[in-house]
Design a protein around this ligand. Structure first.
Ligand code: PMP
Length: 393
């Protein structure tokens, strides 16, 4: 039976970029000890009080169909948090709750793109982006943010791609690079969006993981609230990846459309998950800081390890739970390096190429294992890179 060209086009015949991850999981299943630094998954589990609230809510009967847009309480909580963080007036009518940020991204592009419309995204990118845009029917167009420009998009490149496009997707703090877009970059992006009448979809799921500088939501820039959809999630900020709870914040009319879409797709998010999310958000910034603290600590450890050698160079990591390492001095591509590191050292990292052409010659390291093991793995990685570099020389 033939399948739709949409579904066959999600990966556009390419790979999903997760080969090293799949191989390392297969090695682990075969009993080989592998140090896993691939996926953006915390090494802690969802905190017990959040699970107790989930349990209380479920036992209390919140197990039927929940309000499709999200419960009033959770939408109010998300709106209040957004308003406090950005200064942009926000009410529950600006919020729809989604089954995670990933579903929010898909829904956002369903809402802003017609089939075949160009949707721009920045390369390096979170591995699912192009497939998500294509699944929503859009034509995914990459705009490179080059390593020699600090992985920040340049206005001229955005301008060159923006003519006739419908939307631009950005992500700050950024996965995979760890870069945070500063005010100047965001103002340029806002100007391009306004000049070319683009929707801006701003993926801010790492907005609590800030190691340097500050997170600025582009929705707060003049003239942007009416053309910005912000993607948020409980996954990274509250170690709730498995709960599948996220949201979209945007103008009331498109949020109403997105609620109609939710009625015809996921039909809401389980009530007990929403109650637990509301409880988690009510714990405030101190709790969010506690969840992000291990990554801040490991980033400091990594900086110390990396300062002892000069083969592996770190891209300044300002936020998010990853390090992007430039391994070009080894003479290997990111994929060759990741393959050899897994083979030789049983350490799994993501090749930069999994995140686009602009990240070639890099690897992404997730800071998601216990501090001592993380430091040891990074030391082994550096020693391995030094060996390869001297072989290449
Ligand atoms: N955006 C980015 C940049 C991500 O890294 C992720 C998850 N790794 C997501 C969105 C989706 O997260 P979730 O669906 O768990 O909210």
């Amino acid at each position: 039976m033939d399948r739709s060209s949409r579904i066959k086009g999600v990966l556009a015949g390419g790979s999903d970029g997760w080969e090293v991850f799949h191989r390392s999981r297969a090695m682990i299943a075969a009993g080989v000890p592998v140090t896993e630094l691939t996926i953006g998954e915390h090494d802690i589990r969802t905190a017990a009080p959040i699970l107790q609230e989930m349990h209380r809510s479920a036992l209390g009967g919140h197990t039927g169909y929940a309000a499709v847009p999200g419960t009033d309480a959770l939408r109010d909580r998300i709106a209040k948090r957004a308003e406090e963080r950005t200064g942009v007036p926000t009410t529950r009518d600006n919020v729809v709750v989604t089954p995670g940020g990933q579903a929010g991204l898909f829904a956002a592009f369903m809402a802003v793109c017609d089939p075949g419309d160009a949707a721009l995204y920045i390369d390096p990118y979170y591995a699912t982006y192009p497939g998500t845009l294509r699944a929503a029917g859009a034509r995914a167009v990459a705009v490179e943010a080059r390593a020699d420009h600090g992985f920040l998009p340049r206005r001229a490149d955005l301008e060159a791609a923006a003519g006739g496009a419908k939307a631009l997707l950005i992500n700050t703090p950024n996965n995979p690079t760890g870069v945070i877009y500063g005010r100047e970059t965001l103002e340029e992006i806002a100007q391009v969006c306004q000049d070319h009448d683009l929707w801006l979809v701003s993926d801010e799921v790492y907005d609590t993981q800030i190691w340097e500088g500050a997170h600025l939501s582009p929705r707060a820039l003049p003239g942007m609230a009416e053309r910005t959809l912000v993607i948020g999630s409980m996954s990274k900020s509250h170690a709730m990846t498995g709960s599948r709870c996220g949201w979209i914040i945007g103008p009331e009319d498109i949020i109403a459309d997105l609620i109609d879409l939710a009625t015809h797709t996921n039909y809401g998010v389980p009530g007990f998950i929403q109650d637990a999310s509301d409880y988690a958000l009510a714990q405030g910034p101190a709790f969010e800081e506690e969840i992000s603290a291990p990554f801040a600590r490991r980033r400091a450890l990594a900086q110390r390890v990396l300062s002892t050698q000069n083969v592996v160079r770190s891209v300044p990591s300002q936020g998010a739970m990853y390090l992007m390492l430039d391994i070009r001095a080894t003479g290997l591509s990111g994929s060759e390096f990741a393959d050899a590191l897994l083979e030789d050292q049983h350490i799994a990292v993501m090749p930069g190429e999994s995140f686009g052409a602009a990240a070639a010659g890099h690897v992404r390291v997730a800071m998601t294992i216990e501090d001592n093991a993380f430091e040891a793995a990074l030391r082994d990685l550096c020693r391995f890179a030094e060996g390869r570099a001297s072989r290449a020389a």
